[in-house]
Design a binder for this molecule. Structure first.
Ligand SMILES: Nc1ncnc2c1ncn2[C@@H]1O[C@H](COP(=O)(O)OP(=O)(O)OP(=O)(O)O)[C@@H](O)[C@H]1O
Ligand SMILES: [Mg+2]
Length: 276
């Protein structure tokens, strides 16, 4: 069941400049800019997973990063609840970034290799004064349980974990600060299929149990089909199609979506009824 919209995105555009030498060589004004994200609008509801698919270079990562201003959009609007993300500064921006957490393909991007898992999770909660973080052991054990890991993992460092465990810890690290939105950019793309399936189940649990909204970026449609309530398709910076996952994957309206489905022939839009 999905709730009211929590994340509102309107007309977000991001253009990257080309290096001057290259621009001179190409010699055309229109070649000087590259629109990585072009006038993209959508919303995500509480307890909803929006799957974002599209070919390599279609702008998925740039769009995901614009949402929390790891990349500054040129124009458009991003709101979290009633709060204007693009206008926020200082403490307000930090608070908005707490409420929207990112999970990357490479878990080392958010994990300090020298810190034990327990210390890292507790630190994240303590810095943001999360309820329950006064009791470190309990706080860490509960977070690990949330991502289906044993409390013994707390004593390990990131390199002492399997790839799947490490990605679960990265998710726990994001959850430690109490986010309302998770943005997962290719978070399962590097994992084996069986480990991938476990992680996908974890994202479904987080949606259902915590009611977080999830923007789930993946280039594999089969992965998107497993988790997404709605699917959005990116092509050359534009969102060319967005709709109910079952509908988009079974009856795509846009030519590019059909091409993408043809290139990935078996994205089984699951026994969705049981999960959604
Ligand atoms: N920092 C940057 N500077 C210049 N161009 C960039 C930058 N980041 C991304 N781009 C360009 O923007 C376009 C979109 O890239 P992006 O990484 O968002 O695509 P993607 O859909 O995530 O691709 P992939 O599936 O390979 O991860 C590409 O043409 C890319 O080269
Ligand atoms: Mg990407």
């Amino acid at each position: 069941m999905t709730g009211e919209p929590i994340l509102h995105v309107e007309g977000v555009t991001k253009t990257f400049g080309m290096r001057r030498t290259l621009r001179e060589r190409v010699g055309r004004a229109e070649a000087a800019e590259h629109r990585a994200v072009d006038d993209v609008s959508f919303t995500v509801g509480r307890g909803e997973i929006l799957g974002l698919a599209g070919g390599s270079g279609s702008g998925k990562t740039t769009l995901a990063r614009c949402l929390i201003r790891l990349v500054e959009p040129d124009s458009g609007a991003v709101r979290l609840g009633d709060d204007d993300v693009l206008a926020a500064k200082g403490a307000d921006l930090r608070e908005l970034r707490r409420r929207m957490q990112m999970v990357f393909q490479d878990p080392y991007a958010s994990l300090n290799p020298r810190m034990t898992v327990g210390t890292a999770l507790h630190e994240a909660g303590r810095v943001h004064r999360r309820p329950g973080s006064e009791d470190a052991d309990r706080f860490v054990t509960e977070l690990l349980a949330r991502v289906h890991l044993s409390p013994t993992i707390a004593a390990r460092r990131p390199r002492e974990l399997s790839g799947g465990q490490r990605q679960r810890v990265a998710v726990a690290r994001a959850l430690a600060v109490g986010p309302e939105v998770l943005i997962a950019d290719e978070a399962v793309s590097a994992l084996d299929v069986s480990v991938q399936a476990q992680l996908l189940n974890l994202f479904l649990d987080l949606r259902d149990e915590l009611g977080v909204a999830i923007v789930f970026v993946a280039h594999q449609l089969a992965v998107i089909a497993e988790v997404a309530d709605r699917v959005a398709i990116m092509h050359q910076g534009r969102m060319v199609e967005i709709g109910d996952a079952g509908v988009v994957l079974r009856d795509p309206q846009h030519e590019y979506t059909r091409a993408l489905l043809a290139a990935h022939p078996h994205p089984d839009p699951r026994g969705r009824a049981g999960v959604a």
